[in-house]
Design a protein around this ligand. Structure first.
Ligand SMILES: CC(C)(COP(=O)(O)OP(=O)(O)OC[C@H]1O[C@@H](n2cnc3c(N)ncnc32)[C@H](O)[C@@H]1OP(=O)(O)O)[C@@H](O)C(=O)NCCC(=O)NCCS
Length: 152
């Protein structure tokens, strides 16, 4: 693999990214083997893409991974994140989350909740340095618990 094949760029999310974000969301839901959260309509995706978030584009300028955030007082909540199925396990989300924690404003918490069965995402958060801070039993519609993670 040449260095240009490994090139990537991390950029703030813009509304123009919505179609690519939507495509990734559709594909991860289609192939999900564990619960990954509610499926959004395209209108909800458009709304999310008008908010705070970051994307990773690969050397072909393809949107490979994204993180969507809710901007609250003293905290950013990760509402959803995903990597395109064809480029998962290439380190894209680790890089994107490492960027996010590097630019996290001082005093701003970063948190999220994840289904207890989504072990891949839990491994990812722990690798990046998130701490498990809570457990909400029967939180999801399938009866599964939510695990809360925080980064400070
Ligand atoms: C979870 C997800 C975002 C990971 O993205 P990714 O770009 O493939 O992750 P990375 O390649 O950066 O992996 C970083 C680390 O996360 C962990 N990880 C990622 N995928 C994993 C998997 N399938 N199984 C176990 N651990 C996994 C590993 O520790 C990995 O490090 P390693 O490859 O050195 O072992 C991706 O699988 C995805 O989009 N899943 C569907 C959507 C989703 O579950 N979103 C979270 C909802 S809360």
């Amino acid at each position: 693999m040449t260095s240009s094949q490994c090139a990537f760029v991390i950029l703030p999310l813009t509304p123009a990214d919505a179609p690519e974000v939507s495509r990734i969301i559709d594909s991860v839901h289609l192939l999900a083997e564990v619960p990954i959260g509610p499926r959004w309509s395209s209108q909800q995706v458009d709304e999310e893409c008008r908010g705070l978030g970051w994307i990773l584009r690969d050397s072909s300028n393809r949107l490979a991974a994204f993180v969507l955030l809710r901007d609250a007082v003293s905290a950013w909540e990760i509402t959803f994140l995903a990597t395109a199925v064809e480029v998962q396990r290439c380190g894209h989300m680790r890089k994107l989350l490492a960027h996010l924690v590097a630019i996290l404003p001082k005093g701003q918490a970063l948190w999220l909740e994840v289904h207890e069965d989504n072990v891949a995402a839990q491994h990812l958060y722990e690798v990046v340095g998130f701490q498990k801070v809570g457990h909400r039993p029967s939180y999801y519609s399938d009866g599964g618990a939510a695990i809360l993670y925080n980064y400070e």
